[in-house]
Design a protein around this ligand. Structure first.
Ligand code: GRF
Length: 192
């Protein structure tokens, strides 16, 4: 009889293309996870198609339908609470989460950020790295806390910035590394 591996339940939150989600889907067995739900705040997020194609349940929660950030976050909390996942994985989720959300899943929320934190928190990271004449750009997987892009770092991967790099070329190179980094970082957290 085949031994069944115990899989950890996770929920993934997205807002867009979902290329990191795709990498997590493709590596789910190796990471040892089952993606219970992919949640998007954008109806047209391509990541929702990726999830459906992989047979994963999807949930669209439209933030524009809520009067406040807190009300939207309550809807998110309610959905995720029905699933009771081990981790909540942010993969290009472009909403800042309120303290209520972060407290509800304290120590269980991961994010990937396209910079070598603590440098370049926030948006437009690649152009800022080029403008600052950095030698390296990169990506960071970290725990999410109440302070933006500031939680404990789990793993990082750097990419050399070449003299002819643009924000676009650099973003593509970093994204490629993100796809390798995120599955490894998730596995690392689950093995602790
Ligand atoms: C990635 O660059 C990630 O670092 C950032 O948002 C982007 C998401 O890309 N948080 P994708 O939706 O996974 O393709």
């Amino acid at each position: 009889m085949m031994a069944h591996k115990l899989l950890s339940d996770v929920v993934v939150l997205i807002s867009g293309s979902g290329s990191n989600l795709q990498s997590i889907i493709d590596n789910a067995d190796n990471i040892g996870i089952k993606i219970q739900s992919v949640v998007s705040n954008k109806a047209d997020a391509f990541g929702l198609e990726r999830a459906k194609k992989a047979g994963i349940a999807t949930q669209f929660i439209d933030h524009t339908q809520f009067a406040t950030r807190e009300a939207f976050d309550q809807a998110l909390i309610q959905h995720i609470n029905t699933l009771n996942p081990k981790l909540v994985i942010l993969a290009g989720f472009m909403r800042i989460l309120s303290a209520d959300f972060i407290n509800a899943f304290a120590g269980k929320i991961l994010n990937i950020h396209p910079a070598l934190l603590p440098k370049f928190k926030g948006l437009n990271t690649h152009q800022r790295a080029i403008d600052a004449h950095e030698e390296f750009a990169g990506a960071t997987v970290h725990f999410v806390t109440n302070e933006l892009d500031s939680g404990a770092i789990i793993l990082q991967k750097s990419v050399a910035i070449e003299s002819n790099d643009t924000a676009k070329s650099l973003a593509a190179k970093v994204l490629e590394q993100e796809h390798i980094l995120y599955p490894i970082a998730i596995k690392k957290v689950l093995q602790k």
